[in-house]
Design a protein around this ligand. Sequence first.
Ligand code: COA
Length: 325
Amino acid sequence: MNSYIRGIGYYVPEEVLTNQYFESYLDTSDEWITQRTGIKERRRAAPDENTSDLGKRAAEIAIKNAGIDVSEVELIICATATPDTLFPSASCVIGHKLGIGGVPAFDLAAGCTGFVYALSVADAFVRSGAYKNVLVIGAEILTRIIDPMDRSTCVLFGDGAGAAVVSATEEDRGILGFKLHADGGYGNLLYLPARGTAMELTEEVIRKRLHYTKMKGNELFKIAVREMGSVAVELLDELGVDKSQVDWLVPHQANIRIINALAKRLNLPMDKVVVNIEKYGNTSAASIPIALGEAVEDGRIKRGDLVLMVAFGAGLTWGALLLKW
Ligand code: COA
């Protein structure tokens, strides 16, 4: 039994924040942001929108594209670092909003690598025969945990969601393999000090802005370039697939310079790389399913194509997954 993505969908909130928006109140420029990151704009969720709302919208599209009824979903996994609340989990809320209470649901926290981790979990459940249709979601509202006054982070991140229905098939297609890694020793390079149990949310904590994400971008950049390349090569070698056989690279969208370096390491021309960072910035666990969803929707990714996903994120976590579309 193989597992494959039977349907994919994505949703991004309507409000667009351009680089000019940040120029209007911060010491930054469209030129700096574009050259250093490749980002031109990103989306921001409306005040009454929560992560579960974005996830639900993406899930509905994925379910429709899979051609199944919502009642056929047997498990929900939501990869997110920004659930509506610490508990209940975003996946439980999404299940309720989809009207499928009773279906098992859990969140998965692996930072920007979350969707790749979640796909690998779904693959294991489907291959074991436990479930036939698993709804995998990556959904984030990062703009609520980023300091709007910190120019080194607020220009990078955006909100959005992507979802996939992972189903069982006996056909020769689907997830071929994955490689996952994590190293908590690098945790302090990208973290949210407060809002968890480590630090009570006091007035002083808020005054020190410790309820916002802290990042050492420069150090992360170097590790991302090194580890994303290594894990991709490690996976391809293990599967006996040559780099030249990869039809599409769908990388996590954190920085165009990281994506360029990864493509170079894999000897892939940029016309085989799915890039949408200019429109959405870094949407963390949502970035790969949004990019995949767009490339499937516009016909770039076709049945039989070899698609390589490579991600990197807070934890630190990193991983790669190869599938035959
Ligand atoms: N506008 C203008 N200047 C900015 C700025 C902004 N938005 N953000 C930072 N700068 C400044 C810095 O203050 C620094 O100034 P200084 O030299 O006077 O101290 C200068 O630009 C260079 O900063 P540096 O951090 O070395 O730049 P960089 O080339 O590494 O680019 C990132 C910064 C964040 C774009 C880049 O490091 C990156 O993308 N890292 C990976 C981050 C990431 O992917 N995080 C998520 C992982 S999933």
